[in-house]
Design a protein around this ligand. Structure first.
Ligand code: V47
Ligand code: SF4
Length: 374
């Protein structure tokens, strides 16, 4: 990419300097935090899109990944009270739900014979269960669906369960892995900055605890994802600080498969007054993630949260993954006011979405291996 390409864009002097560095050094220049911050603040959207899309092509070529998955959300009863959460309910509330182990196993059994490759288990952090219960839940899902990969429990749930068991993270994760857990979703990261974290989710495990949980998982060879919850009361500095901590951990372990920028959705929670950021702002975040997180291979545009049209657009801003078919099995975003109220996409619709953005759809499993059903 030469600077010539951007001659007719109005660049601030600092963006122009970064553009010169990037066009001279290309892939070999690693954005500093200060540069990432400047780009997030000042770079024209067209420039961010061009760079991020070029970086995406260098990493995954034409491919955009999707999978066939379902979510199981065993409960929305939770010991924590995150202020951005529209999903949690206190025990006894009319809108609280709880599926015991038999019910979870039935939910899995209903899917027998379907070509799904992943079950994503996530939910509230229930006060009453021990580590054996969570191990048993994984075993029961695997008993019904032996072919799927179980991606289970955020670092927040894991940290809580394992510390209550009085075990080290390593030992607790090892037991869950032995029960059949193969991957860990990226939730619970929110914003690492301690002041913002204290204001939006004061009771949750700290940033260091979240990072330590993923580091221990990487040490055991578990695949994990990472996220940010952006677009509420945080500043651009907080976002870049968050990405820095993820990039540093990834430099040490290489264990993150994908980064998922989660847009804060503002309905029906205590932070409604924060509002929601605009579509261009979502695309800036997507592009900066692709450019700054040069060591995380996949950037996921999570369609139930972004909406289908924004997801298609995100593929021109560095995303190379759109998550899965889901089949109306998650409520986290619909309860927070996302446009998609019954998240379900056919594989044909996913492929069409990817093609109309100019890419080639590739069905993947949890570990980004191509899947063919022939
Ligand atoms: O940690 C909760 C977020 C996360 C809201 O790893 C909200 O593949 C926006 O992490 N507005 C859980 N976001 C979901 C999650 C996830 C989803 C899909 C794929 C993967 C993956 C991980 O949902 C929570 C929190 O950050 N969340 N409330 C809200 N109002
Ligand atoms: Fe509980 Fe998760 Fe909601 Fe926080 S975001 S209150 S941990 S369900």
């Amino acid at each position: 990419m030469t600077l010539e390409n951007f001659r007719n864009l109005h660049l601030t002097p600092e963006v122009e300097r970064i553009a010169a560095v990037l066009s001279a050094a290309g892939e070999s220049h690693r954005l500093t935090e200060a540069e990432a911050l400047t780009l997030l603040r000042e770079a024209p959207l067209a420039l961010l899109g061009t760079w991020a899309a070029a970086r995406k092509r260098a990493v995954s070529g034409d491919a955009v990944y999707y999978n066939r998955n379902i979510h199981i959300e065993p409960t929305n009863i939770c010991v924590f009270r995150c202020r951005f959460c529209s999903y949690r309910r206190p025990a006894g509330d009319a809108e609280a739900w709880y599926h015991d182990l038999d019910a979870v196993e039935r939910l899995a059994a209903e899917r027998r014979g379907e070509p799904i490759t992943e079950v994503h288990i996530v939910g509230g952090v229930h006060p009453d269960h021990d580590l054996d219960y969570y191990c048993e839940m994984i075993r029961r899902v695997k008993r019904q669906l032996p072919q799927v990969a179980v991606k289970a429990y955020t670092a927040v749930e894991l940290h809580y369960i394992i510390s209550r068991a009085g075990l080290s993270l390593n030992e607790g994760l090892r037991r869950l892995q032995a029960a059949g857990m193969e991957a860990i979703p990226g939730g619970g990261a929110e914003i690492f900055d301690p002041e913002i974290r204290e204001r939006i989710c004061p009771e949750k495990p700290t940033a260091d605890e979240w990072l330590a949980t993923h580091e221990a998982a990487h040490g055991l060879g578990l695949s994990t994802n990472c996220t940010i919850l952006y677009g509420h009361i945080e500043t651009y500095e907080h976002r870049i600080d968050h990405l820095r901590r993820l990039r540093e951990l990834q430099d040490r372990t290489g264990g993150f498969d994908a980064f998922i920028p989660l847009k804060y959705r503002s309905r029906h929670n205590e932070m409604t007054a924060a509002g929601e950021v605009s579509l261009p702002e979502d695309m800036r975040m997507m592009a900066i993630a692709r450019l700054y997180l040069d060591n995380i291979p996949h950037i996921k545009a999570y369609w139930p949260m972004l909406g289908i049209e924004a997801t298609e657009l995100a593929l021109s801003f560095g995303a190379d993954d759109i998550d899965g078919t889901i089949d109306d099995t998650t409520k986290i975003y619909s309860m927070a006011g996302a446009e998609v109220q019954q998240p379900r996409l056919s594989t044909e619709r996913m492929q069409q979405l990817v093609r109309s953005a100019g890419f080639s759809p590739v069905e993947r499993d949890t570990f980004y291996r191509p899947v063919s059903h022939g």
